[in-house]
Design a protein. Sequence first.
Length: 178
Amino acid sequence: MNILEIILLGCGLAMDACTVSMADGLSESGMRIGKSVLIAAVFGMFQGLMPIFGYYTGLLFTDRLQNIDNYIAFFILLFLGLKMLFEARNKEEILAGVTFPKILLQGVATSIDALFAGVTLAIAGVKVYLSALIIALVTAVLCFIAVHLGCICGHVIKNKAQILGGIILILLGIKMLF
């Protein structure tokens, strides 16, 4: 694999994380720049670490995890999406907004595919650390942009943003089942 192919792989792996990042921006439209950087960094970190884990250990567990990775991601995203919908329905002011534990859960849920991409990198014989760094940087940049797009849209649709964000997470979880 050449650099362009790894960048394209990073873009493909980042799409789920971008969708969730946008949902975070929608649910907290007044998000400070530091939190958007944190979201991008966490998502990039998980997208970068998972291929390394997949590279070294994924071959041992591929048969076992491959059958349930979609379910793990589905349940995490379903839980987060339903929580957002419930909070929006109660119409309470959400003081914490997008919390660090929620960001970590989202990072794990959206990076499970990257674990199996690491197995592919091992088969292709590429330098895993350079590939992981490229994937992490691509994901971080795209997620940062996605958060801000979500914030812009969140300002426009205001109180419906959390409902839309919850629906997006649930739909993304359902997509992962198939």
